[in-house]
Design a protein around this ligand. Sequence first.
Ligand code: SER
Length: 548
Amino acid sequence: MTSQLIKKIVTGDEIRRAFLKFYSEKLHKIIPSASLIPDDPTVMLTIAGMLPFKPVFLGLKERPSKRATSSQKCIRTNDIENVGVTARHHTFFEMLGNFSFGDYFKREAIQWAWELVTNIYQLSVENIIVSVFHEDEESAKIWRDEIGIHPDRIVKLGEEDNFWSSGKTGPCGPCSELYYDFHPEKGLQDIDLEDGDRFIEFYNLVFMQYNRDPNGKLTDLKFKNIDTGMGLERMAQILQKKQNNYETDLIFPIIQKICEIANIDYFSSDDKNKISLKIIGDHTRAVIHLISDGVAASNLGRGYILRRLIRRMVRHGRLLGITNEFLPNIATVGINLMQNNYPDLKNNNDLILNEIKIEEIRFRETLERGEKLLDELISSGQKLISGFKAFELYDTYGFPLELTEEIAYENSISVDVKGFEEEMNAQKERAKAASSNIDLTLEGSLEREIDLFNKTVFNGYNSLLSEAEIKGIFMDSTLVKQASEGQKVLIVLDQTTFYGESGGQVGDIGTIFSKDVEVLVDNVIRKKKCFFTLWNDQKRNTNYWTKS
Ligand code: SER
């Protein structure tokens, strides 16, 4: 069959389907997307397609099949400031991946990736640049000698760019990335893959062969594995020939609905409005999936991420001139768009819309209280809103500075932005001083004290046994120096193998022992970055435990 007879793959659904079919024909088992709430205490959300397979890479779990392929929903919030600003950053995205668990390695991974992008997605060789880890001669050789890529198209990158791991510890390895070149006419001299107007990285092949321990030491994994990730939205941008990911069929219908509500046109909008439209489009997808996977808005952890995303949507809606409640309408478009691939969205439709509605109303009320204060300031005839007042609006009423500025501008008054920043810095200093001077014997709530501790290192993937230092003991939410027999307390350790209650999984039980003491661990919970080990020392004991 000639390539002219092959139907061109264009839509998001076609891209996803073609990827899974291609690898299924290479004997990969198709695995449905896992929840956004990972079964992994080292991360708050599922940030990559490989996350559900982490224990398999580490040799702690076996899978019935040595090859798998998936389209995994992911959320990353570390780049939230870039969402809507660059062409390709998202909070929510879908990652297409093929995985080998001790089966095939570099050669097949590279050959199949090439076959997929050139034969199935029909990208031209002249649009593809590949990168390899600078020490990985083997991959460079496969690209050059077996695939036949011109050496000028192979760029060597360092550890920062081409050595992938899902966090500071765990399975990792060198990687080789495929980039799309939107301007091949510029030639192959002085290639700068960081140039986002010219290149987009769309497929990452990770040669997962090491485990990194908390000290940064690399040891060989039991097997050599493959973990790859192709950004569905990025491939859609390429194949649909769009300026950015947001204009693809995966997100644009949501943006069109926002335009309809705001009564504006996307293509004739200025950059500022386009950014707001893109942010709402992006966040809608994240928010509906988070709620569908069981997250409720709150001030902690995942709940806070959800709250922050919803608030950003309301705020950007206001910047677009939308004053009425609009999020459930937008969410409905998002659910309709994605429910065929994610049926849970359909099943949880009412739950999602209800949570969004409540949270939107709540935030609007806060904003209204802030607006009232702002109105009073404006009607008092002042020509300048002081840094102190702007900060009060921000700190007490959740009123972002840009909103204060915007309303002030509409009323021809200005805001002391420098004063606002000084207030902000002063508050940061106060918070810092409060936490460094804190007396460990002071009574205080768990929530407040928790910031005193460093992150608990979780070793439970590699071992069931760990040495640890006690970093804090709490009794009735109060930090204490020691505890004795029969007392129920909660302790913070510097490292632990006990899994903390999360994502529907209960906390571990077990024993902690030292020379003189043996205690029973009833439960383990996680708060922010720390693992709290609850112990109820009713049965066995000798002395008492002391904070180290
Ligand atoms: N885990 C790698 C990534 O996220 C490849 O899937 O880029």
